[in-house]
Design a protein around this ligand. Structure first.
Ligand SMILES: [Zn+2]
Length: 330
């Protein structure tokens, strides 16, 4: 499989709902022009600590040990031409921008970190102030990270990562996180990436953003593979929302069906794919088992190529769509 390494931006203009002709992306090693993103994995993890917001701390792991464990997996995926990886580990789950910078420098793969808070799992990963502050106050914290960097690292986020509990009606705190993400997007242009699950929940998030005057293309519906009714993918795509099929590190078959459906119905240009793989877990000896970032190249591609997928489809999924979803206009 050979990839075109330069995305033809003139091509993007014809297929994009939110046209990004020029623009940039913040990475852990600095700002890059979007036409240099190359083959991109939009949802992976280098390090995740599930201990909870009240106990999470850099003292729970040794950065050099994490690097020694993770680096070979980044080197491994480089052979498939991967140039950029989005690290979706949120604040209070051991988001570590300096670790990403070091891994990036040592691997040659650009890593992208995020701003935002994670509401799923019944608040285990939310700091106390997330309940008392308003959406405006929370968004101020995230905008501050975009403008001045995360903590004292000087490293700026490349997207907003939030999450919500799956509920028939979103909880108040989750609706507030979505609104805070909307406000942050309006101010910064950062894409909203929300750990969600089914369309029953994602559609409520889109409704909040639309009410705020945002275009649904600002929203990435994360873990959309949880949706069983494929018609809902069509509905989301028609609205212009991004559909993230992102657990390919763990299984492949259900992605074959969903991607064939998207190609057949003509909305592959609204789909993002990734593995949700990795990660060093500080609660396990030597970080536990690590899931590699390779199933897309080693398993999904052969499966779909035998059913008619072509090089142009992979360029769209792995290069053009990430640029259109995450590029911020200059
Ligand atoms: Zn994830």
């Amino acid at each position: 499989m050979k990839f075109c390494l330069i995305v033809g931006l003139s091509l993007l203009v014809s297929c994009s709902m939110r046209v990004v002709e020029t623009g940039f992306l913040n990475t852990a090693t600095g700002k890059i022009p979007i036409d240099s993103m190359g083959i991109t994995l939009i949802h992976e993890h280098m390090l995740v600590d599930f201990i909870g917001a009240d106990s999470v701390s850099p003292a729970r792991y040794n950065q050099e040990e994490v690097i020694a464990k993770v680096l070979p997996y980044l080197i491994e995926v480089k052979k498939y031409g991967v140039k950029t990886i989005f690290d979706c580990t949120p604040s209070y789950l051991a988001k570590d921008p300096v670790l990403l910078k070091k891994l990036s420098e040592q691997s040659g793969i650009r890593l992208v970190t995020n701003t935002g808070f994670y509401g799923a799992v019944d608040n285990k990963y939310l700091p106390d102030f997330a309940f008392t502050e308003t959406a405006e106050q929370l968004s101020q914290r995230w905008i501050e990270e975009f403008e001045n960097g995360i903590g004292d690292t000087g490293i700026k986020p490349g997207f907003i990562k939030i999450s919500v509990n799956e509920e028939s009606t979103l909880r108040g705190v989750d609706a507030k996180l979505v609104k805070a993400a909307g406000l942050t997007h309006q101010k910064t242009g950062l894409q909203i990436v929300s750990h969600t699950g089914t369309w029953a929940t994602a559609s409520q998030e889109v409704a909040i953003l639309k009410e705020m005057g945002l275009d649904p293309s600002a929203f990435v519906w994360v873990h959309a593979q949880a949706e069983q009714d494929f018609q809902n993918y069509m509905i989301a795509a028609k609205l212009g929302a991004w559909i993230s099929l992102d657990g390919i590190g763990w299984s492949v078959d259900e992605y074959v069906d969903r991607l064939l459906y998207a190609k057949e119905k003509g909305f592959l240009d609204q789909i993002l794919i990734s593995h949700d793989a990795g990660w060093y877990d500080p609660s396990k000896p030597n970080g536990g088992d690590f899931q590699p970032f390779t199933n897309i190249f080693e398993k999904l591609m052969p499966a779909l190529n035998s059913k008619g997928f072509e090089e142009a489809d992979w360029e769209m999924l792995l290069e053009e769509n990430p640029v259109r979803a995450f590029g911020i206009s200059n």
